[in-house]
Design a protein. Structure first.
Length: 322
């Protein structure tokens, strides 16, 4: 029987820990006697035949590196039936009988389609946003939050020195998890997230005014990217409270940097699990975390799940930021 071959790719926005997942896929695959190909720049690599066979040493010295050594992309050509078929045909030419896809839910849709064309795929949630409904954790989230926390701690030094209000935008287009956790960790006076409707007067201004009464002089407001309008919010605060306000948009700094221990370990576990599934001939799955354990779901079922925002934690944040 010919040697089984699998491929691994990273797709969508990069996230710290993707390299740890790639490393785990390669090493688990090779330890099970498989050939492992690394596909460059997401699904584009399957269209452009940009792949390379990886060996144990190809993934040395990457577990601690941010970004993705396989590069990443969002592919328009792949997002067509003809693109998916072309990618599947290339996998067959290469003898690849399974693909591990590391990315967010857009990447999962691509994996579902490739599975539909006869190439079983297993997905690993890799995105800093923690916005994958089926998994309580996504690779990259911990590193991003810690980066955001360190940045806001620095911002607080200057906000305090000037008795200012700092409005800080953190990443998260549709998901307020980075804002929520970072906001708690930095003691933000208010946290605004896309999942919860807000009223600037009630949720920001009155909190600032009340806290001013009890002696607080500088304020941190953390706003998720999906809420936006940070400049308007800062101007409104300054006009309504008289407190000089400044805006910082943290941006892509949150996507980079050496992954934390948590991201390295979760990525390693998920990478290992993905290969085990493919080895057992199981495809069309998403590896996920549930109650701290690694589990897996059907991709379509995973894509249909609804994310649940941690309202309890949000309420705690508001109770203690006084
Ligand atoms: O990785 C997710 C994310 O960071 C979002 O929070 C953000 O909106 C988006 O990616 C930006 O991605 P890019 O700049 O690569 O288009």
């Amino acid at each position: 029987m010919s040697q089984k071959a699998i491929a691994v790719l990273t797709s969508g926005g990069d996230a710290p820990g993707m390299n740890a997942a790639v490393r785990a896929v390669v090493r688990t695959g090779i330890s099970k006697g498989m050939k492992v190909y690394g596909v460059k720049r997401g699904y584009n690599g399957l269209l452009n035949r940009d792949v390379e066979e990886l060996n144990l040493r190809s993934v040395s010295n990457i577990i601690q590196r941010g970004g993705t050594v396989l590069y990443t992309a969002r592919s328009e050509e792949y997002n067509t039936p003809a693109g998916v078929k072309k990618a599947a045909d290339y996998c067959r030419d290469l003898g690849v009988s399974g693909v591990v896809v590391i990315g967010g839910d857009g990447s999962f849709r691509g994996a579902r389609d490739l599975t539909g064309e006869g190439i079983p795929c297993v997905c690993i949630p890799g995105t800093i946003d923690n916005d994958i409904a089926c998994s309580e954790y996504t690779v990259g989230f911990d590193t991003a939050m810690n980066t955001a926390m360190e940045m806001v701690d620095k911002i607080r030094d200057t906000a305090q020195s000037h008795d200012r209000c700092s409005v800080v935008e953190v990443m998260g287009r549709r998901c307020g998890d980075i804002a929520l956790q970072t906001g708690i960790a930095v003691g933000a006076a208010s946290i605004l997230v896309p999942e919860i409707e807000y009223d600037l007067e009630k949720d920001v201004i009155s909190r600032i005014l009340e806290n001013q009464q009890n002696g607080k002089k500088h304020f941190i407001i953390v706003v998720a990217e999906g809420v936006g309008k940070v400049n308007e919010i800062a101007t409104y605060i300054q006009n309504r409270t008289g407190i000089e306000s400044r805006v910082t948009i943290l941006g892509h700094v949150q996507r980079g940097g050496s992954p934390t221990l948590r991201d390295r370990v979760v990525a390693s576990e998920m990478g290992h699990k993905a290969v085990e599934l493919l080895q057992n001939g199981i495809g069309n799955r998403v590896v996920a975390m549930k109650n701290g354990k690694i589990v897996d779901y059907d991709i379509t079922e995973a894509l249909n799940m609804k994310r649940v925002f941690d309202k309890n934690l949000y309420d705690i944040a508001h109770t203690i930021s006084i």
